[in-house]
Write a protein that binds this ligand. Structure first.
Ligand SMILES: *[C@@H]1O[C@H](CO)[C@@H](O)[C@H](O)[C@H]1NC(C)=O
Ligand SMILES: *[C@@H]1O[C@H](CO)[C@@H](O)[C@H](O)[C@H]1NC(C)=O
Length: 141
């Protein structure tokens, strides 16, 4: 009788132990899955921030280029090849616009507009006819 009871207790103990082990494994897996999710989220966030930083750098470099350009070429009497120079500005502008989002593109269009570079009555004119203006919002200028 005592022998059977001992066996029964042992079986129950084994059962409890295996249940506990299963629960521990389950919890360990839950923790691992959560850790992976957090890692993935951090990774996505880091990518997003890096991407935003890259765009800011592209935008700032472009605005620096534009400021430098305007400083150098405000004298319209200099006998430069304006067609060639305007196409350089256009190419640079198109390339930058391709890489930016709507908010930053709008920033560029406003800068060009304020510098009177996209007004067709200006002596120096940059055409945006072939520019990527997707997502540009100029509503609240
Ligand atoms: C761990 O948990 C995930 C999601 O809860 C599940 O898809 C996966 O099958 C589990 N893995 C193991 C080894 O239990
Ligand atoms: C045009 O700009 C959008 C973002 O506003 C970009 O997703 C798309 O790739 C650009 N198109 C080209 C041809 O680069």
């Amino acid at each position: 009788m005592i022998g059977l009871l001992t066996i029964a207790v042992a079986v129950v103990q084994l059962y409890i132990a295996s249940q506990q082990r299963e629960r521990d494994l389950f919890l360990a897996n839950e923790t691992r899955v959560k850790d992976l999710e957090i890692t993935e989220k951090n990774h996505q966030q880091a990518l997003f921030l890096a991407n935003e930083q890259t765009k800011d750098t592209i935008l700032n470099d472009y605005l620096d280029f534009l400021a430098g350009f305007l400083e150098k070429h405000t004298d319209k009497s200099s006998n430069l090849n304006w067609a060639a120079i305007s196409s350089i500005v256009e190419f640079k502008t198109f390339a930058v616009l391709d890489q930016l989002d709507g908010k930053r593109k709008s920033h560029i269009i406003k800068a060009l507009y304020n510098a009177r570079l996209i007004q067709s009555d200006n002596w120096f004119f940059v055409s945006l006819a072939y520019a990527n203006l997707t997502e540009v919002e100029l509503g609240h200028a």
